[in-house]
Design a protein around this ligand. Structure first.
Ligand code: NDP
Length: 329
């Protein structure tokens, strides 16, 4: 039986093209669980994987899509049975292994997580890798002592995927959230998610010759990196932490060590790809309980597989608000 997938092919050395094709199950990569996909999404990394000369994709033809949620169709893994609802993020699926831009996927059972009770496949993809990483960031800040009574928590790149989920989750947990955005028109959206204050991007993304500024933030979820993360380090309160999730503003960190030495602040690295199973299960459970699911609808931009190439290009330009949810069927 054939099914539809968005197949990326290489055209010469410097170009790729994506087209919807009917492919057969025998073309799927090796794995012990075959999943009928309900929904997938478009993350920043998907944008990178759909680009020509992507350093993340090695072999073509390729099916991208780093996340999916769906129903197990067949399984040789004793933990999964036909009909089980599952979610997948990370493990380089969509990069080195065919991913979610397809009606079917075949993967290693170790990479899957049972969909937690209370979360539908569509909601899971409204969260996706971006939201999963945001949840890991909130958990890391809490593990390092963050509590709601300590003051404002900053979220950078707030109108994007990581930022939207972090804002909503922190808001529901009772934190006083300050949201940084370069798009002032998203202020009402961010306030509806749970932000108490909007900080204009240009207030905080320019270099200054001052390693320590007035300490204002009790913590930070950072999706931007670069100059902005460097500034945030110098604005954190004594002993507090920033969870570094992303690089939407740049991979370089032109920072000073002074905030570490004089204020004892912590820079916490967040990786969503290779988290062990138990941590992934905990994070998905936190998402099911601590994310205001009724607010997910406001974040969702629905899409079809055919629209993915255009959306993949938009997300790299910082033009996507919230989260894209792709119905593959
Ligand atoms: P989005 O594009 O949805 O969001 C990024 C946001 O960052 C934009 O919406 C914009 O927010 C802001 N932004 C974009 N460009 C700039 C810029 N030049 N300077 C400052 N701010 C900018 O992407 P995601 O939320 O999906 O991902 C965000 C980052 O997190 C990416 O770098 C991604 O690779 C990374 N990531 C890392 C993970 C991990 O495991 N560590 C997992 C998931 C994502 P606004 O318009 O509000 O300013």
């Amino acid at each position: 039986m054939s099914f539809r997938a968005l197949v990326v092919e290489k055209n010469g050395d410097a170009d790729v093209s994506a087209s919807l094709q009917n492919i057969g199950e025998d073309q799927l990569p090796q794995g012990d669980v075959t999943v009928a996909i309900d929904y997938t999404t478009v993350n920043y990394k998907d944008g990178l994987c759909m680009q020509a000369n992507s350093p993340l994709v090695r072999d073509y033809p390729h099916v991208a899509g780093i996340d999916f949620a769906g129903t197990v169709e067949s399984s040789d893994d004793p933990r999964y049975f036909r009909g089980d609802k599952v979610v997948l993020t990370g493990w380089h699926v969509g990069e080195t292994h065919w991913g979610g831009y397809s009606q079917k996927a075949r993967v290693n059972g170790d990479w899957l997580v049972p969909l937690p009770a209370g979360l539908s496949p569509k909601q899971a993809m409204a969260v996706g890798t971006a939201g999963f990483a945001a949840a890991l960031a909130v958990m890391a800040l809490e593990d390092h002592g963050l509590k709601p009574d300590q003051g404002e928590v900053l979220v950078t790149g707030a109108a994007g995927g990581v930022g939207s989920i972090a804002t909503a989750m922190l808001g529901k947990l009772g934190y006083d959230v300050a949201a940084v955005t370069g798009r002032p028109e998203t202020a009402d959206y961010l306030k509806s998610l749970g932000a108490n204050r909007i900080v204009a991007r240009d207030e905080i993304d320019t270099a200054i010759n001052k390693p320590l500024e007035r300490p204002v933030w009790a913590g930070c979820v950072d999706a931007v990196g670069g100059e902005m993360l460097a500034r945030v380090l110098g604005q954190l309160k004594y002993g507090s932490s920033v969870a570094a999730v992303g690089l939407a503003g740049g991979a370089k960190l032109p920072a000073s060590v002074m905030p570490f030495l004089l204020r004892g602040i912590n820079l916490l690295g967040i990786d969503s790809v290779l988290q062990p199973f138990e941590k992934r299960v905990t994070a998905w459970q936190r998402i099911a309980t601590d994310l205001p699911l009724e607010k997910l609808d406001a974040m969702i931009r629905p899409a079809t597989l055919a629209e993915v190439p255009m959306l993949a290009s938009e997300i790299l330009k910082g033009q996507i608000k919230g989260r894209i949810v792709v119905d593959v069927n």
